[in-house]
Each structure stands twice: as C-alpha cells, then as structure tokens.
Design a protein around this ligand. Structure first.
Ligand code: ADP
Length: 404
C-alpha cells in the first residue's frame, strides 16, 4: 500500500508518493499554473531498475480537481501506482490549523469548515489547501484523507509563550496570539535527533532551527514544543529570505503615518521585500556567501544580522529550557550553510556548545550528522528535514488509529 502527500497552493499542487513497507519515496512532482491557459505537470520517479526517470507535460489544467486527476493519471501511466485503491491514505499539508487542531485530522465536513474558519489567519495558504482537499473528496471519495497542520506541533506552548502583551479581547475575540509554523519539520527533526541521541524524545530538550527561505527556531522540552519564533503568521522571528522577522511595531505606525503605506503595502514590504533581499538585494544564501567573500559589505551585514538574530534565539531558548541535549540545524541553509552555522554557534562555548570546525566545514557531507566537538556538552546535529515523509506517516497513523 502507498500514501500520497499533497501540498496544494492557490495555483499549484506539489505531490509525493510513498511506499508504506519501507517508506521509500516512489515519485514526486508538481502541477503548476492551474487555471492559466498553459499549465504544466512534472513527475520524477524510480523505475524498476531503481533509476530516476522524469517527464514533463504542458497542457491546460483548469481546476484543482483536474490537477489531482492528472497526478493520479501520471502516477498510473508510469506504473508507480496501479490504482487509487492502492492508496491507504492521502495526506494534505495545511499551514494553519488555529487552536483547534493539535493533531492531524481525518477530513470530513466539520474539519473542512474548521480549516475554512481559520483561513483569514492564513489567506495565502488555507484557500489553496481547501481547493486541493475538495478536489480529492470529489474525485476519490473512497480514499481516506488526512489534514496535517504546520501549526499543530506548537499547540503545546504555554500561554506565556503564545500570548502577545496586548489587550486581552484581541486574543479572546479575534484569536490574535502566536501559533508558530514549520511544525511538521521541527517535529520530524526532533524525532530523528532523539534517535541520534539514543534517548526517548520525551526525555529530550532540543533547540531546532529550520533555516530555509522561511526560518524558525523552536524550543522543545521533554519532546514538546514550549516556544517558537514565528507568531500569528510566519513573519515573526528570525531574519528570512524576504521577511523581516522581529521588528518594533512602531515601525509600522511610522510607515503608515509618514510614508502612507496601507495594509497591502505593509504586507508586501515586510513579507516580500525585507529580510536578506531587503538588506543586500539577494535572497539566495549561496549568492550572499559569494558576495560577502568578495567583499560586498551589504552581503556581509545580511549574514551578520542573520547569525546575530539566530544567536539571540539560541540564547533565549537555552535560558527557557535550562539544559539542552542538542541543537539541530535543518532546511536549505541549516543543512548546507557552513558559515551561518559557524557564526551562530561562535562564542557559545560556556553554554557547552562547541562545534568541530572540520566537521562543520564538510561541504560535501549529506545526511544526518553530528558536527559538534567531542568536548561539547550539547550535541550539534545537522538533520535534513523531510516534511513530506512526516505528513505521510502522520496521515497513515491517523487513518489506522495507531500511535507512534
Ligand atoms: P524553502 O524554505 O523554500 O523550502 P530551502 O529549505 O530549500 O527553502 O532553503 C533555501 C535556502 O537554502 C536558500 O537561501 C539557499 O541559498 C540556501 N542554500 C541551499 N544550499 C546552500 C548551500 N550549499 N550553501 C548555502 N546556502 C544554501
């Protein structure tokens, strides 16, 4: 049997197919430009000889429903899926589950209504997820579908971590609080870290750093999230590719009063034009590394601000947790950016965080690895994230009613 994982956006659907026996990823791909005159479907898969094959087709894909149908057809054509009856579950990634979803949920009318109800908190994501969920229901009503929420893992945060110090009614009447995101990734790397430490997750204190285009840090006590850097939306916290992260809210007031920015202008400024891009004109960390090495001062500042903010969060979460078993780096930057890891950990020796410079600098190393020195009290781990696998496994557990 197999599990299909879908990540539906407003005009695209990313997908990945897993075989349950060994959790091998059999195929992955993307349907893009749904609703445009010319859409596209991409698929890569492992053939019988275990070689990677790829194909791509351009054609109009008018709706999410037809996108889903195309995905199933492409998987069938290439032989990785014989029929939908082979699917034990379909797992849908859903960015925002509000306070309601602390666990993945088997999708029914009530769950769909609840995802719709929190859509104002994730206007860029939840409507696209709903289109994918509805399309699957309409087309394959017999396959159990599960929603897996980016926010769910953070629902264990205590109020002192999730509330904002603003009037209470904004929380009670408008649900304005911190939710946190990237939960599936933090949860996945936390589990892998526990295996690496050979300690039950319920006994592990961890700081997990998911550093991709979006970036967030999470404090995990005894296996549960107690704090995370993203807030009501994914804008809060670390310096990101195009997002500012933490900022004095009075900057917003100033921009409204003196530069005449409205809500859309502010949204664009803080979500799309800020972060690394706003600081040095580039949001790709590889390019920023090259520019900084060539003496570009703006690129150097972008790196310095990224690592300064990271260090602040590591320190804050260390203080919250009291003791830390491991610091875990993941995401495109966390897994690959040697200099970011080095500078984020520099000077933390008194906290028991000591990198092995040579191990940290192994640029061709892949897979899970320990980059801390033998004398380091805190293990520093690099663990490639795999959100799709985590969604697939959570979806199957939800359908079969099993626990880990
Ligand atoms: P997303 O959040 O879009 O999934 P990723 O997790 O793929 O993003 O991370 C993208 C970031 O990772 C980019 O800034 C990219 O430059 C950075 N990155 C990828 N490989 C390297 C590398 N070898 N060195 C430094 N940065 C890297």
């Amino acid at each position: 049997m197999k599990v299909l994982v879908l990540n539906s956006g407003s005009s695209s659907i990313k997908y990945q197919l897993f075989r349950i026996d060994d959790w091998q990823a059999l195929a992955l791909g993307l349907v893009a430009r749904i609703g445009e005159p010319e859409g596209e479907i991409k698929l890569s898969w492992r053939d019988d000889a275990d070689a990677t094959q790829a194909r791509q087709e351009s054609l109009p894909i008018p709706s999410h429903e037809q996108g889903i149908e195309r995905i199933i057809r492409a998987l069938r054509d290439t032989g990785v899926l014989t029929d939908v009856t082979e699917l034990a579950a379909i797992g849908h990634r859903v960015v925002h589950g509000g306070v309601r979803f602390k666990q993945p949920a088997l999708i029914d009318d009530t769950v769909i209504a609840a995802i719709r109800a929190v859509a104002p908190l994730a206007p860029l994501h939840n409507p696209g997820h709903l289109a994918g969920i509805e399309a699957v229901r309409a087309h394959f009503p017999g396959v159990p579908a599960v929603a897996v929420f980016d926010t769910a893992f953070h629902q264990t945060m205590p109020p002192e971590a999730y509330r904002y110090a603003i009037p209470e009614t904004l929380y009670t009447e408008h649900q304005i609080r911190r939710y946190g995101f990237h939960g599936t990734s933090h949860q996945y790397v936390a589990k892998r870290a526990a295996l690496w430490l050979d300690t039950p997750l319920a006994q592990c204190n961890l700081i997990t750093l998911h550093l991709g285009n979006g970036a967030s840090a999470t404090a995990i006590r005894a296996g549960q999230c107690v704090d995370t850097s993203m807030g009501l939306t994914p804008l809060e916290g670390l310096v990101m590719g195009t997002r500012s992260g933490d900022i004095d809210p009075a900057v917003v007031i100033y921009l409204c009063k003196h530069l005449g920015l409205n809500a859309d202008g502010l949204d664009r400024l803080f979500n799309r034009q800020s972060g690394l891009l706003g600081l040095c004109g580039v949001n790709d960390m590889r390019e920023i590394d090259r520019l900084a090495a060539a003496g570009d001062e703006r690129a150097e500042l972008a790196i310095a601000m990224t690592t300064h903010r990271l260090k602040k969060y590591i320190g804050a979460y260390y203080a919250e947790l009291g003791w830390v078993d491991a610091l875990v780096f993941t995401g495109g930057i966390g897994e690959n950016a040697v200099e970011i890891r080095r500078r984020a950990c520099a000077g933390l020796e008194r906290l028991g965080i000591v990198l092995d410079d040579a191990r940290n600098a192994e640029t061709h190393a892949h897979g899970e690895r320990d980059i801390s020195a033998a004398i380091s009290d805190v293990r520093v781990l690099v663990i490639p994230t795999n959100e799709e696998l985590e969604i697939a496994q959570q979806a199957l557990r939800t359908v079969t009613g099993t626990t880990e």
